[in-house]
Design a protein around this ligand. Sequence first.
Ligand SMILES: [Zn+2]
Length: 289
Amino acid sequence: MTKDQLLTRLSSTATAVLTRRRVLLAGAAACGAAGTAGLLTPGSGGEPVPPSPPAAGSQARPELKPSAYRLQPLTGYGPPRVEPARALVRREPFLRLSGRGSTMVLTFDDGPDPRYTPHILDTLAEYDVRAMFFVCGEMASYHPDLLVRMADDGHVVGNHTWSHPLLTRLSRGRIRYEMERTSDLIEDVYGERPQWFRAPYGAWNRAAFQLGAELGMEPLAWTIDTLDWTRPGTRAIVGRVEHGAAPGVVVLSHDAGGDRTQSVRALRDYLPHLLDCGYHITVPRRQPV
Ligand SMILES: [Zn+2]
């Protein structure tokens, strides 16, 4: 099928998006690694895959060629509408996800925050992309409408505890309370219990892995830390994502916890670029244990 044939089959809205992306394509710099789309799943063996070195720097990125692939990405993988799968007790979180093709996962932590989360949702919607939001239960209780929108837009909501404590300093009972209360709220508002858990500050311990498994959640960390919470400047955030872009990479950003204006702006910059480079931005699917 030719590009023109494809275009005629798309709605006017989708065509508008494509038109914008064609414009972006014309002027965009290119990425290093790229490839075909594929299903993104954690390895069935349950062992986290160690992170690979970042892809070659963007300074020497080859010129991007127009690709029919870019005219076919108007679908995504929504959250699986099934009961939470049983989870194994891990010893380490997943740092990246294995799978075929140039898939990447965007994650946003600590929200939702009505000052920033809606802008991020708008950008994701503009490009018809699904992402993960590791929400704090307390924040979500203040802004349930944003969780509803995440569900409506097909995003995956993960558990990031109720109040964002350092779990390694808490009793097992308190960790359970932080995790379980958040899962309950997510189920009530989002519509299903979270299948993924991320420890605040990336500070995991045995109790967090055990309780996460009991609650049906897999631990997911990240491959690229954008350090956006340090407010290093929009360009610095964009640069970290684009330099680290590679198949299976999980990107950490924040949509709350402080002034996230730079995080919002950076997404508007790097998301179309990643798509132009052939990356399939998706959300992970759990495999049955
Ligand atoms: Zn956090």
